[in-house]
Design a protein around this ligand. Structure first.
Ligand code: PAF
Length: 285
């Protein structure tokens, strides 16, 4: 693999052996098995992949979150060396490469950036759209790989591609979980030991919730989720919503569900200073 830090070097390298399709895996580093599974899937489809590692300041609405975000480039490169091939590229730009000028673009994603994460992280998806569109412009990938743990991010990026008409194929990848069920996340390493031990309650609860629709309506399911998550006093529920995967409209009653749509239960939990998110497919009964 080649590690490149400038847009110029990256674009020069991509022209060298002109291989296609080119796959892009955007990351903010602090890599884990979930990221590696994205890269393995990308490498299976594409003769050359670009993995970007860049902690994008414009998507952090909380300065402490940006400051505390885990960074360990040496360790990341070691992990990448186990999955990437000779021609694959690791792109580790600094702020000036990504934002040579201040990015003042304001995107409009309709309902997609008015629900769930957007209500708790104002401006987050605008920042994601800024950096992802810059990376698309720099790399010009044919396909781009994202984990569906960030369910709303996948919907926003799809809409970004639709609005730009770039035709980049967005490939969503399944959630990779720890042995105890906790969805892998770079933020898991920031959990204190007691909360880390209890964190599997999140997946356990949404799994139980996904089976409740037969006998219960949505308000009862939401009450159940809140009670289970907050039982120990170590976690606070920010939201649990059942939404379709296209418009992300939160359902109030199960009578609103349509056979033609796919539904997911999406959760965000505050664990002290750390936020954890997860989701699960909800089948119509
Ligand atoms: O999912 C992430 O890690 C980030 O939001 C992304 C897509 C790399 C943009 O900074």
């Amino acid at each position: 693999m080649k590690v490149l830090t400038t847009v110029k070097a990256l674009q020069h390298q991509l022209k060298q052996p002109d291989k296609s399709p080119v796959g892009l895996v955007p990351t903010m580093g602090a890599l884990h098995e979930g990221h590696l599974s994205l890269m393995k899937n990308a490498a299976a489809d594409c003769p050359v992949i670009v993995v970007s590692i860049y902690v994008n300041p414009t998507q952090f609405n909380d300065k402490d979150d940006l400051r505390n975000y885990p960074r360990n480039l040496e360790k990341d490169l070691g992990m990448l060396a186990t999955v990437l091939r000779e021609d694959d590229i690791v792109f580790t730009p600094d702020d000036k490469e990504i934002y040579p000028q201040k990015d003042t673009r304001v995107f409009d994603f309709g309902n997609l950036d008015k629900v769930m994460e957007a209500l708790h992280r104002p401006g987050h998806f605008n920042g994601v759209a800024q950096v992802v569109s810059r990376l698309f412009e720099i790399v010009k990938p044919d396909m781009a790989y994202f984990g569906i743990k960030d369910f709303q991010q996948v919907a926003v990026v799809r809409e970004l591609v639709r609005q730009s008409g770039s035709g980049i194929r967005i490939v969503p990848n399944p959630i990779v979980r720890e042995a105890d069920g906790l969805a892998m996340s770079s933020r898991n390493q920031l959990l204190d030991p007691a909360r880390r031990k209890e964190a599997p309650v999140i997946y356990r609860t949404i799994s139980a919730a996904s089976r409740m629709l037969r006998k219960n309506d949505i308000p009862e399911i939401k009450d159940f989720v809140k009670k289970e998550i907050e039982r120990s006093g170590n976690f606070v529920l920010e939201y649990f919503e059942i939404v379709d995967d296209i418009e992300l409209i939160p359902l109030k009653r199960k009578t609103e569900m349509k056979d033609s749509s796919k539904y997911y239960g999406c959760i965000a939990v505050r664990a002290g200073r750390i936020r954890l998110i997860d989701n699960i497919r909800i089948l119509l009964v």
